[in-house]
Design a protein around this ligand. Structure first.
Ligand code: THU
Length: 162
């Protein structure tokens, strides 16, 4: 039997096509790239989350000469939220990047490691996260729920599977 997975997302041509709150959140993510420590890759990633109390929290990538020690922007963001805002949930997450070319059209695509961390956060908070994947001045993808970014995800439900 063949099973087809259907993943849905919205595609927009520019930041102007977002409503004003989403524009502000994506701008916050792009602004956060200014704090990124990316001296090895020069690929600055910024993340911004809007919580259920309307607070905006940011994260950015922090690189290390020992490359596997590098922390992605999404992980920095989740750590920030889990430590400082544990009583609140992420409603919308925006990701942006700056590859130092000064412009970019292709929306960022979170790495697998971050998708796994995000899906576990989403499952624990029982709240679908709207995800805005941005570029500096180009196209945008909106994904409703991290499960659309990581189909067939590993989860602890398997620990007790028969
Ligand atoms: N990076 C992130 O911050 N998030 C991702 O989802 C993909 C990759 C960072 C890690 C590293 O500092 C740089 O981008 C290049 O891989």
């Amino acid at each position: 039997m063949q099973v087809n997975l259907n993943i849905q997302y919205e595609h927009l041509n520019s930041i102007q096509d977002l409503d004003i709150d989403d524009q502000d959140l994506l701008k916050a993510a792009i602004k956060a790239t200014a704090f990124s420590q990316a001296k090895y890759s020069k690929f600055k990633v910024g993340a911004a989350a809007k919580l259920d109390n309307e607070a905006i929290v940011i994260g950015f990538n922090i690189e290390n000469v020992s490359h596997s020690v590098t922390v992605c922007a999404e992980i920095a963001l989740l750590s920030n939220i889990i430590i400082n805002h544990s009583q609140h949930k992420i409603v919308t997450l925006a990701l942006g990047y700056n590859n130092l070319k000064g412009h970019s059209k292709t929306p960022i695509s979170p790495c697998g490691h971050c998708r796994q961390a995000l899906i576990e956060y989403e499952q624990q908070s029982s709240n679908k996260i709207r995800c805005i994947l941005g570029s500096l001045d180009g196209e945008i993808i909106i994904i409703n729920g991290i499960s659309n970014l990581l189909p067939l995800a590993f989860s602890n439900a398997m620990f007790n599977n028969a």
